[in-house]
Write a new protein. Structure first.
Length: 466
């Protein structure tokens, strides 16, 4: 397999497929609004959408540093699924039933995104094939069975456990010994969704200013190089780019994730692989992979790569390291040997937001009017929608337009997280954690033991994930 002709960067394959948009006009100067949303990704756009639908007369302004969907919303793996970061911790803090309600809300969110996309005529290549997560070592199979049981305990009674033969009949992953499948998932084209959502928001009367980086957020003020937007509510929806804001360097860690996309694969390859259900595909490795079969019959596959840049740095328009491309290619061929001769057309990277306790949160500080949502840890395609509807309800409650709702009572609302350690401890910790995960994965590949490698367990504890 050659990577000589691979496009590296250029934001993402999804933008190469759709074309990079012309940026909307920047903020022309000082302005006022009822609500100012900082960040034009999924969180910000969904929040603007639901607020404007609920209260059409609201004056809402969205400020975006580059263009809508420049960040994770335009670079992700296209997994619209029901996973949410931090559910198990919320069960410990608030009780099992509270976490079950959160999970149920996420299950329903998948259908909500599909519903709105259809209602707004957004053709985002959505296919509801569910999520298939496979195991290919004894240790992974043990984790998969535990995971399956836990998900059922949190209300996913429609989840299915499959053996080796049944798994390969769905997707022929070499060496797969089992899988778990949930119907609460769909494949989509991330950029088609974010661009369609931005257009829908503008059609409702929301003002979007692009090429307008916000440098600092204060109560009732969002400061940019072009002027300040004043509003009673300022909502921070910046996910992996939060560290770029003044005073937010250690709030959420910008974790890197990288992807590759093959050329369109011929029918002969798909006859070998199967994957006719177009499920999103993941595994139970510690340094896990995620993949989809695209609408034009490519495989888009991602993984961690170099996990973190010193000082909470972010990438340059999605460019990733050549070693990461090779590592992702190796995973692709290990899963699907029939792809060994396929061309890798595109490689790219992006950052996702990781809180110190790995828990996604939604908050509105009623004393200041500052709100935020994020820390999705890679599960944001659907979680952003639930976060946006929750922010809508919190603002309507605070402004006296409604009372508490089922969403405002969910356990992730108002959750407080401590800040990340200063450098160099942050860099050492993250790189050490992923070095441990990769070493554990290598040992598990050759071990007959069904137990999780103890080094991975230690890394989980040190990272604060469990």
């Amino acid at each position: 397999m050659s990577t000589v002709s691979t496009v590296n960067g250029g934001i993402s394959f999804w933008y190469a497929d759709q074309g990079t948009p012309l940026a909307r006009e920047p903020l022309p100067g000082d302005a006022t609004a009822d609500i100012c949303i900082v960040g034009g990704g999924y969180t910000g756009l969904w929040t603007a959408y639901y607020l404007k639908k609920a209260v059409p007369f609201l004056n809402i302004t969205v400020l975006e540093a580059k263009f809508c969907g420049y960040g994770a919303s335009g670079r992700n793996g296209g997994w619209l699924y029901n996973g949410i970061a931090g559910r198990d911790r919320y069960a410990k803090l608030h009780g099992h039933e509270a976490a079950v309600r959160l999970q149920q809300a996420m299950n329903e969110t998948v259908d909500e995104v599909v519903r709105v996309a259809a209602e707004e005529n957004i053709d985002a290549d959505i296919h509801q094939g569910g999520v298939l997560e496979v195991a290919y070592t004894p240790a992974q199979l043990a984790r998969l069975k535990d995971f399956h049981s836990v998900e059922i305990a949190f209300g996913e009674t429609d989840r299915v456990l499959r053996g080796a033969r049944e798994t390969c009949e769905r997707v022929n992953v070499t060496g797969a010994v089992g899988s778990t499948w949930t119907p609460h998932g769909a494949r989509l084209h991330p950029v088609k969704l974010v661009q369609g959502l931005a257009a829908a928001v503008e059609a409702l009367g929301v003002t979007i200013h692009e090429s307008t980086p916000v440098t600092e957020i204060e109560p009732k003020h969002a400061h940019t190089p072009y002027g300040t937007v004043r509003a009673p509510y300022i909502l921070r929806c910046t996910e992996g780019f939060t560290a770029n804001l003044k005073g937010q360097r250690r709030t959420w860690l910008p974790m890197n994730s990288s992807m590759i996309a093959t050329e369109p694969l011929p029918r002969s390859v798909w006859d070998t692989i199967g994957w006719e259900g177009h499920e999103t595909l993941g595994d139970m490795a510690h340094a896990y992979m995620y993949a989809q079969r695209t609408a034009d019959d490519r495989i888009a596959l991602g993984g961690r790569g170099v996990p973190y840049r010193f000082g909470s740095g972010t990438d340059n328009d999605g460019r990733t390291q050549p070693a990461t491309i090779e590592a992702l290619r190796d995973i692709l061929v290990r899963f699907f040997p029939a792809t060994a001769g396929a061309r890798i057309d595109h490689a790219w990277s992006g950052v996702l937001g990781v809180p110190r306790d790995w828990c996604a949160t939604v908050t509105l500080d009623r004393s200041t009017g500052l709100g935020w949502a994020g820390g999705y840890v890679g599960s944001g395609v659907a979680t952003t929608n639930l976060a946006a509807r929750t922010l809508r309800d919190l603002i309507q409650q605070d402004s006296g337009q409604s009372g508490p709702t089922d969403l405002t009572a969910l356990p992730w609302v108002g959750h407080k997280v401590r800040r990340w350690e200063p450098e160099p401890f942050r860099w050492i910790g993250v790189h050490g954690m992923y070095a441990a995960y990769r070493a554990a994965d290598r040992r598990e590949l050759t071990s007959p033991r069904a137990g999780t490698d103890p080094v991975a367990k230690a890394a989980d504890r040190l990272a604060g994930r469990h």
